[in-house]
Ligand binder design. Structure first.
Ligand SMILES: Cc1cc2nc3c(=O)[nH]c(=O)nc-3n(C[C@H](O)[C@H](O)[C@H](O)COP(=O)(O)O)c2cc1C
Length: 168
């Protein structure tokens, strides 16, 4: 798949077949995330590959669109990584977004459906999965074989007029 096709093929899938993904597939997704840049190369995150049994336990929190797998991105609350001196800005959420965006695109390349989910209670997930106190669930990427295409929202994109430019 060429890069433009890859970018335009990704969409948020909200209905999945129950078939679990192979470990090799999950490994390829994690590897795509490992290659991402991060501020000062701090990589201030942890990723959990979650399979069907744990997904069933997580149903207590919310519905995950029937996805058999997810990669759960957690922020390290004991070390937020690099901090900009001039204004104190932290970049851990930016860094985790970059890494997981690469995973989502890799999933598209592998012809898998994916959807980011941020709407959950991090403490509830931490408790159910028994995560260490300092691993704060931040963003989930649910994954599996897609059983639906994009919704109307997918096609609502910023108009090119809104892309400000200082060129030349
Ligand atoms: C950080 C983030 C959090 C999101 N959280 C949710 C969510 O909790 N539930 C959901 O159904 N979709 C969620 N989405 C998916 C967005 O709704 C979706 O990306 C957006 O509507 C554009 O559609 P598309 O991904 O199909 O292009 C999230 C996306 C991002 C990037």
């Amino acid at each position: 798949m060429n890069f433009n096709d890859l970018l335009s093929s990704r969409y948020s899938c909200r209905k999945f077949a129950p078939t679990a993904l192979e470990k090799e597939t999950i490994d390829q997704l994690l590897q795509a995330g490992r290659l991402a840049p991060s501020a000062c190369n701090a990589q201030p995150y942890f990723f959990y590959a979650v399979g069907p049994e744990s997904m069933a336990r997580l149903d207590e929190c919310r519905k995950w669109y029937g996805a058999p797998n997810m990669i759960l991105g957690c922020i390290d609350t004991e070390d937020y990584g690099w901090q900009r001196e001039s204004d104190g800005a932290v970049f851990s959420s930016f860094d985790i977004g970059l890494a997981m965006s690469q995973m989502a695109l890799k999933a598209t390349e592998l012809n898998l459906g994916s959807c980011f989910i941020a709407s959950f209670d991090p403490e509830q997930i931490k408790r159910i999965l028994g995560l260490p106190e300092y691993h704060m669930p931040y963003i989930a990427l649910v994954l599996g074989h897609a059983q639906m295409g994009p919704n109307d929202n997918h096609y609502l994109r910023q108009s090119p007029d809104k892309l400000y430019s200082l060129m030349p």
